[in-house]
Design a protein around this ligand. Structure first.
Ligand SMILES: Cc1ncc(COP(=O)(O)O)c(C=O)c1O
Length: 441
């Protein structure tokens, strides 16, 4: 059997050298926990289309596209042109700009729940502002979220994202667990944790907490937590109970906006009160947004007193708006359809390859995203996701890197428009070869 780590070490000397330098100036040698993996992360020098080149000049197929954000691939000519044009005209002003009006209009036209939006720079900020807005609008302190969902790294978001199952309490009434060493006790007291895809349990907990609950936030398709789609029943039940009890429903579509022009809310036909967006809407630049019902968003209107202040030196900065607009304009309904068709096909091919090696796996697919879980049982929520074998996942991830394919270390993948049939076949063949080299049965 081939040791994937030994091959990785042999073939990535420049990344190893960069890492040795980097650890002296950055904890772990990166500035983003999610790009770190053992034995050391890959340092990417450049990208073009669906390919990236590492610091050694080794070319790989990019099967994750900066965690689903690079839907048009890298250095798309129209995006490069938009960035260059705006860079030459100035990149940041202490003023509003015409491009932000255009991108806001486009988003409001496409995404069913959006009467109005505000821009910010990261998904973390978007969910933080959406939750704050919900607390202000309802006058209630608590936020409910799904066990195993991901909403970024602010205090309210860092609860029960990846808890140890042994410490996470009953499956149908999870205990809020801190994700971070410094999560304050008051946060744990103000975050309610719901089991995903369990409508009865979720409804019972929401009713129990109703008088202090400002919002329920959820990903209609859990992204980095394993590509887990909500059942239509789950979404419609949570929608009905939150509406009845005057609790705001927030869809975190930072990843799932890539499944349809109007996001997962359009596919499911369930409209939340607020929506958070990020990743694809910035065309590869740090742009995120939150928006929703006019009467809720009005609380940010500086013409009214009191109002919620939303600062941000780079909010709506013209260069991010230009890249985002160029990207979103390329994303016609047909482009989404085509990406989703190819996403479904990749999942079918993966199922066949794993079966041919007799390796039990769950291929979770949604639109143009997918995730692989080494498990015999369907992955439908956090507990079933957590039961999958993580060591096998790491070996497959490293093996794929050695065979010229970059996925997320947790084996999440996302297609981009420049990927042709040949690229997808290369990916499927790489999985086949790695499974032949490693023992996963
Ligand atoms: C659903 C979801 N919400 C929030 C975030 C946080 O976004 P950012 O990394 O831009 O802060 C992410 C990032 O992956 C995400 O997937």
């Amino acid at each position: 059997m081939i040791d994937p780590e030994a091959v990785y070490r042999e073939t990535t000397p420049a990344s190893r050298a960069l890492h040795e330098r980097a650890v002296k100036v950055m904890p772990g040698g990166t500035t983003r926990t999610t790009t770190y993996f053992e034995p050391y992360p890959l340092y990417i020098d450049r990208g073009d289309g669906c390919r990236v080149w590492d610091a050694d000049g080794t070319e790989r197929l990019d099967m994750i596209g900066n965690y689903t954000s690079m839907i048009l691939g890298h250095a798309h000519p129209k995006v490069v042109e938009a960035i260059e044009r705006q860079a030459a005209r100035g990149t940041a002003f202490a003023a509003a700009n015409p491009l932000e009006v255009e991108l806001a209009t486009l988003l409001c036209e496409r995404v069913p729940s959006l009467d109005a939006v505000r821009f910010c720079n990261s998904g973390t900020e978007a969910t933080m502002f959406a939750m704050r807005l919900a607390r202000a609008f309802t006058g209630r302190p608590k936020i409910a979220r799904m066990e195993g969902g991901y909403h970024g790294t602010h205090e309210y978001a860092e609860v029960s994202t990846r808890p140890l199952v042994a410490e996470a309490g009953p499956i149908d009434d999870p205990t809020p667990r801190p994700d971070s060493m410094a999560t304050p006790q008051w946060v744990l007291e103000n975050v309610v944790v719901l089991p995903y895809n369990n409508p009865d349990a979720a409804e019972r907990i929401i009713r129990r907490e109703a008088s202090s609950l400002a919002a329920v936030i959820l990903e209609p398709i859990i992204g980095s937590g394993g590509v887990i789609a909500a059942t239509p029943e789950f979404l419609s039940r949570v929608r009905a109970v939150t509406r009845e009890l005057g609790i705001l429903l927030i869809f975190d579509e930072i990843i799932s906006l890539r499944v349809a022009p109007g996001g997962a809310q359009q596919l499911y036909g369930v409209t939340p009160d607020l929506t958070t967006m990020g990743k694809i809407i910035g065309g590869g630049l740090p742009v995120a947004a939150f928006g929703g019902r006019a009467d809720v968003m009005e609380m940010l209107d500086p013409r009214h007193e009191p109002h919620i202040s939303q600062g941000g030196t780079y909010n709506g900065n013209p260069i991010g708006m230009a890249a985002g607009l160029a990207t979103m304009k390329e994303l016609t309904p047909d482009v989404y359809k085509d990406l989703n068709r190819r996403g479904a096909r990749v999942c079918e091919q993966l199922v066949e390859v794993f079966a041919s090696h007799d390796v039990p796996v769950q291929v979770n697919g949604a639109g143009s995203m997918f995730a692989l879980h080494f498990s015999e049982q369907p992955v439908v929520d956090y507990r079933t996701m957590a039961a999958a074998d993580k060591r096998k996942a790491r070996d497959l991830f490293l093996g794929l890197l050695n065979h010229g394919v970059m996925m997320a270390p947790r084996l999440m993948g996302a297609l981009s428009t420049p990927m042709g049939e040949d690229d997808i076949q290369l990916f499927v063949d790489a999985v086949d070869e790695v499974l032949g080299e490693q023992d996963h049965r």
